[in-house]
Design a binder for this molecule. Structure first.
Ligand SMILES: Nc1ncnc2c1ncn2[C@@H]1O[C@H](COP(=O)(O)OP(=O)(O)O)[C@@H](O)[C@H]1O
Ligand SMILES: [Mg+2]
Length: 132
């Protein structure tokens, strides 16, 4: 049984942009499969369909024999540390998307202002104690 299997996967963004059209491939145990293509050809969309940052419009994706579902929990360890602002925004958008998919998350951050409105609750810690 393949570890990862795409069956006739298509992804259409914003009703017009066809990012993937009828993509099928599988990765067997021990395989190292490379996907190569120019910018805009759909590489990142394939990965985002696997980690569920986007939902495939059509087709099925199985991983270890299970249909791929969003993660139910996530630990974010300073995911925006040392990143430029553009990349930080991408990470924040990804965390927002996970939250929309009902993922339970705990994260540690230095720049919490940047995450304003994304988290449900913020605790400030100082000298080993939660500030009140
Ligand atoms: N969030 C998005 N909304 C609309 N279109 C998108 C989005 N992400 C990617 N696209 C479009 O989907 C196509 C494939 O993009 P992408 O998967 O990022 O390609 P690659 O990683 O190979 O550069 C491109 O036309 C791109 O502009
Ligand atoms: Mg890409």
């Amino acid at each position: 049984m393949p570890i990862l299997e795409f069956q006739n996967v298509s992804k259409v963004y914003d009703a017009v942009t066809k990012a993937l059209t009828d993509v099928s491939f599988s990765v067997d145990e021990g395989d190292f499969v490379a996907i190569i293509g120019p910018s805009g050809s759909g590489k990142s969309t394939i990965l985002r369909c696997i980690n569920r940052l986007v939902d495939a419009t059509q087709g099925t994706i199985t991983f270890d024999g299970h249909l791929i579902t969003p993660p139910d929990k996530s630990l974010a360890w300073e995911p925006t540390a040392s990143l430029d602002n553009k990349t930080k925004t991408l990470v924040r958008d990804m965390l927002k998307k996970l939250k929309e998919m009902n993922t339970s998350m705990i994260g540690i951050f230095h720049d919490i202002e940047f995450m304003d409105g994304v988290c449900d609750r913020v605790y400030n810690i100082s000298e080993g104690t939660f500030a009140v």
